[in-house]
Each structure stands twice: as structure tokens, then as C-alpha cells.
Design a protein around this ligand. Structure first.
Ligand code: SF4
Length: 91
């Protein structure tokens, strides 16, 4: 099951820098995308479920999908949609 970033994200890029599978976007060096994005997102097709981001996020903004609070459940779809919009995958 993938991990999900929620609206507690403050775009500090700590998670993106440490993700072993480059599943988190935008990255800090993509300045235009980084400024435009409301938060960072995890590509569920690229996440290998290591859990690193969950432990290093200083904001507590990341959850495993099974532990997403009910009021944050829509962020699973929002993370996925971010990559669909950016043509990272089709389905
Ligand atoms: S759980 Fe691991 S692979 Fe998935 S987004 Fe977080 S750091 Fe990357």
C-alpha cells in the first residue's frame, strides 16, 4: 500500500530528498513546479512502501494509506491525480 501526503505538508522537501524510489514530487530543483504545487505528492505507482518519508516528515503530514484519518481520506486520490495530471501514468 502506498503512502499519502496530506495538507499538513509545508513543502520542506525532506521526504523528496530521501525517497529511494523518487516517488515524491515536485522536487526542490524543479522550481516552477515546486512553487505551483500546494503540497508534495506521492506517486502510488512508484512508492515501494518503505515508510522512510513517514518517519522523517517533520510535519507529520504523511500517512500509510490504511492509517489515513477519515478527514484526510481524499488525499489518497489527490496524490494520485497529481501524477495523472502530469502524465506520470495513465490508469
Ligand atoms: S514510503 Fe518510501 S518509497 Fe514510498 S514515497 Fe515514502 S520514502 Fe518514497
Amino acid at each position: 500500500m502506498p503512502y499519502v501526503i496530506t495538507d499538513a505538508c509545508r513543502k520542506d522537501f525532506v521526504c523528496a530528498a530521501e525517497c529511494a524510489s523518487a516517488a515524491i514530487a515536485p522536487v526542490e530543483t524543479d522550481e516552477q513546479a515546486a512553487v505551483a504545487a500546494s503540497q508534495l505528492f506521492i506517486n502510488p505507482h512508484e512508492c515501494i512502501d518503505c515508510g522512510m518519508c513517514l518517519f522523517i516528515c517533520p510535519q507529520g503530514a504523511i500517512f500509510s494509506i490504511e492509517d489515513l484519518p477519515a478527514d484526510k481520506a481524499h488525499f489518497a486520490a489527490e496524490n494520485k491525480v497529481h501524477f495523472k495530471k502530469n502524465n506520470a501514468y495513465i490508469n
